[in-house]
Ligand binder design. Structure first.
Ligand code: VG1
Ligand code: CO
Length: 542
């Protein structure tokens, strides 16, 4: 076995963000860049010698090359076995499921999720722990610390492995198994949902359309919706492409335009959904109807006992801080706990492991449960289909009925992408400096009830995460939240989250942007967004 030790020097920018290390492909293509980070992962793992690691990615440009490098480095670092997805493909939730099913030590997932791909696009890498979940902050901090002192990495000199055949081979002493990344995931889904009733629903002329956006869910969606559930032709853009067909694999109303055109056109199907680059996000649409992710979490929670995998009820729910409080009202009624965590799925891991929460969600089109430790796009689609089959009503009717029962949380997120980093930081600093004196302050009809920079104490391990976003809450229950993205790769992205609560059912039909206009104007006044970002309009409104 020929292990080469290669001398290297640190890169200062290898600090993982909200979800792993994300950079442009060209950054990753610099000599030693990928290798330094991978070696830092292995160096920060204790007792990983001889263990099993799961490996795969969303199929974006540079996926295959990176996989070959990582496998050779794993072999040189004493890993016992690698389970790699066929063609290098593995969705994020499937990787989480496979880590758990095979009792692997951990996993390495190659994805920049919803960021564009291709030679000019982005690439990313994240490490998942034994539970199947994203590495918690103490692990990502250790990886970063190693990356800042690294002086060499180890790699096996060997030929490439054929990723396109299901085989078991060796790289040095390490076993390499190329596995089917779809089957174990599809079986898990069959164990949670009532496939028979969904199949019947589809047979009864219920039409659905699932947009995989030329990203990782294509093979999963074809297997589950077309093959197992009989919805032939339901999958749109189902071929994973290295550049996602030039698109932006972000399932929202702006980027999932193919689906939006179909669902808001004449003779629209009954149900539509889209997923992102790595398959952990979902957007749910009815015929001419958009379900906000925050409402989706609330509806799934309220209807969970209709689904076999959750028929005994939920231990609790959790949502990220900027996610609307719609689910809080359901938890209240069900008399179960509701946790508020910082943005990013890694903060749900402890709550799921400790069985404090069963369902979790984020406003950014992420929903999931304790079946894995990642958010799960197709799981959410199946959950909705199961509810639709059980209730026999339309998506719109179910959501409107939900509002009638719980009131409606009008909710929107405005993103200002690629703004100047320094100015965005200044905007946040200025807001931060005003927080101490804001409580009780009156802005037009709004009185500030609290203003803080969100800090989270994990109820399981006691770890504290500070500076997680600025919240300004008003006495009428409405809120505005500001934070800077931790996944962007160009300049800064400012996110403004706006929410108001309307209990009166006669006022549930307003256009969201109109209903929220007074608060959006107020956010502008308080944060001077236009002045700082030098933009008149947000880049994306969801
Ligand atoms: C965004 C979302 C966050 C999500 C994260 C990773 O982070 O807001 O809710 O967990 O992306 O999702 P940020 O820091 O840019 O706001 V994914 O599907 O990109 O792995
Ligand atoms: Co994603």
């Amino acid at each position: 076995m020929n292990i080469r030790t290669v001398a290297t020097t640190p890169f200062s920018d290898q600090k993982p963000g909200t979800s792993g290390l994300r950079k442009s492909v060209t950054t990753f293509q610099q000599p030693h860049y990928l290798e330094n980070f991978v070696q830092s992962i292995f160096d920060s793992l204790k007792d990983c010698a001889g263990q099993t690691i799961v490996l795969g990615g969303d199929g974006r440009y540079y996926n295959r090359e990176a996989i070959q490098v990582i496998m050779k480095m794993a072999a040189a670092n004493g890993i016992g076995r690698i389970l790699v997805g066929k063609s290098g493909i593995m969705s994020t939730p499937a990787a989480s499921a496979i880590i758990r099913q095979y009792k692997a030590y951990g996993g390495i997932i190659l994805s920049a999720s919803h960021n564009p791909g291709g030679p000019e696009g982005d690439f990313g890498i994240k490490y998942n722990i034994t539970s199947g979940g994203p590495a918690p902050e103490k692990v990502t901090e250790a990886i970063f610390a190693h990356s800042q002192t690294i002086d060499s990495y180890k790699i096996l000199e060997a030929g490439d492995i054929n990723l396109d055949k299901l085989t078991v081979t060796r790289l040095g002493e390490m076993s390499v198994e190329v596995i089917d990344p779809v089957e174990p995931y599809a079986r898990l889904m069959e164990s949670l949902f009532d496939f028979d009733s969904i199949r019947k629903l589809i047979k009864n002329d219920f039409k659905l359309c699932v947009d995989s956006m030329h990203a990782v869910t294509g093979p999963y969606a074809k297997d589950i919706f077309e093959k197992r559930l009989g919805a032939s032709g339901a999958v749109l853009n189902g071929e994973p492409l290295p550049d996602f067909g030039g698109g932006h694999p972000d399932p929202n109303l702006v980027y999932a335009h193919d689906l939006v055109e179909i669902m808001f056109g004449d003779n629209a199907p009954d149900f539509g959904a889209a997923s992102d680059g790595d398959g952990d996000r979902n957007m749910i649409l009815g015929n001419n109807f958009f379900v906000t992710p925050s409402d989706s979490l609330a509806v799934l929670t309220a209807n969970a006992t209709l689904v076999p995998g959750y028929q005994d009820g939920l231990a609790g729910v959790a949502r990220s801080m900027p996610t609307s409080e719609a689910v809080d009202r359901v938890a209240d009624k069900l008399n179960i706990a509701c946790y508020e965590t910082p943005t990013g799925w890694k903060f749900f891991g402890n709550l799921l492991d400790a069985d404090k929460a069963t369902l979790c969600g984020e406003e950014s089109f992420g929903t999931g449960s304790n079946h894995v430790r990642e958010k799960d796009g197709l799981w959410a689609v199946l959950f909705w289909l199961n509810i639709l089959a059980a209730r026999g009503e339309s998506v719109e009717a179910i959501v409107k009925d939900h509002w009638k029962t719980y009131g409606r949380n009008y909710y929107s997120r405005h993103d200002y992408e690629e703004v100047d980093q320094e100015r965005a930081t200044e905007l946040m600093e200025r807001l931060r400096s005003r927080l101490g004196t804001m409580t009780g302050e009156q802005f037009g009809g709004y009185e500030v009830k609290y203003a803080d920079d969100f800090s989270y104490s994990d109820p399981v391990d006691g770890s504290v995460s500070k500076n997680q976003g600025i919240r300004i809450g008003f006495t009428d229950g409405s809120r505005i939240v500001f934070r800077l993205s931790g996944t962007g790769t160009k300049g800064a992205t400012l996110r403004l989250y706006v929410e108001s609560y309307e209990p009166d059912a006669s006022k549930h039909e307003l256009d969201t942007q109109l209903a929220l206009k007074p608060l959006i104007d107020l956010a502008q006044e308080i944060a001077q967004i236009k002045e700082y970002t030098q933009r008149d309009q947000p880049t994306v409104i969801t």
